[in-house]
Design a protein around this ligand. Structure first.
Ligand code: SF4
Length: 251
């Protein structure tokens, strides 16, 4: 007993106490801010550098659903574009992922758009099945980390389960390759209603760098209601956990 306590003391506290207010390093690439006075010429220059077409010029904005957080735009125009370390960037409204110039407010969910049964059934426990639909293992590793001893999303009753029949929803990563389209549909069909759909990572949300490739089949994504978009390339565990918590409980 004494030796167990000594070991505990040696290890110290490993879990993140407050997952909603935890501070990430300033180097983290989270919500971007675009200066109000960016000129059309400057916006056009950085749009030309962007590998995924995430930057729009008219009006100037960055689409977090397409952004791969490479930071090339900030490197080219540091006085007008900066990526903050704000990881609260998940939302249930696709348009809210588009960050316009001059906007410095956090991204959040629209509570009115959350399906009633989600908060009714899953406020205290949510089981999810993960499908890597052509993913590169990066988003999958971060989702794995969400359940480790540091982030420990299990403290809120949020867990990944092995069978879709035991799941309340599906978390999709990867751009959805044609080879995974049937498997994704079969998994979704096996989940009981209300069948929550969460897209984790830029690849899942828009196809990312692979958008438009004939090797993808995005029909499933395009034809189903998405309950939560979790941007990031890959998404940070804190982005995922806070997005899910806001979806099932509100802020
Ligand atoms: S950080 Fe995002 S918006 Fe900027 S260039 Fe890279 S992909 Fe484009």
């Amino acid at each position: 007993m004494i030796s167990d306590l000594k070991i505990l003391r040696q290890h110290g506290i490993q879990y993140v106490r407050d997952l909603e207010k935890a501070e990430l390093t300033p180097l983290f690439r989270g919500r971007p801010e675009i200066s109000e006075d960016i000129t059309p010429g400057e916006a056009g220059m950085v749009a030309g550098l962007c590998p995924t077409g995430a930057i729009s010029v008219q009006p100037v904005s960055i689409d977090l659903g397409k952004c791969v957080f490479c930071k090339e735009c900030q490197f080219a125009l540091p006085s007008k574009i900066r990526f903050t370390n704000d990881y609260h960037i998940a939302t249930n409204v696709r348009e809210r992922l588009i960050i316009a110039k001059g906007v410095e407010t956090p991204v959040s969910l629209d509570p009115e758009a959350v399906r009633k049964e989600i908060r009714g059934f899953f406020k205290h426990a949510l089981k999810l099945r993960q499908v890597s639909a052509g993913g590169d293992n990066s988003a999958e590793m971060e989702l794995n980390a969400a359940g480790n001893v540091n982030f420990d999303m299990g403290r809120y009753g949020i867990e990944f389960v092995a069978s879709p029949r035991h799941a309340d929803g599906i978390v999709i990563t990867g751009p959805v390759s044609a080879n995974m389209a049937d498997a994704l549909q079969i998994t979704y069909d096996a989940i009981p209603s209300p069948k929550i759909i969460i897209l984790a990572g830029t690849d899942a949300i828009s196809g990312g760098l692979f958008a438009g490739s004939p090797a993808l089949s995005r029909t499933f994504i395009d034809s189903h209601h998405v309950d939560l978009y979790v941007p990031g390339n890959p998404p940070h565990p804190l982005t995922f956990i806070n997005g899910v918590l806001e979806m099932i409980r509100g802020r």
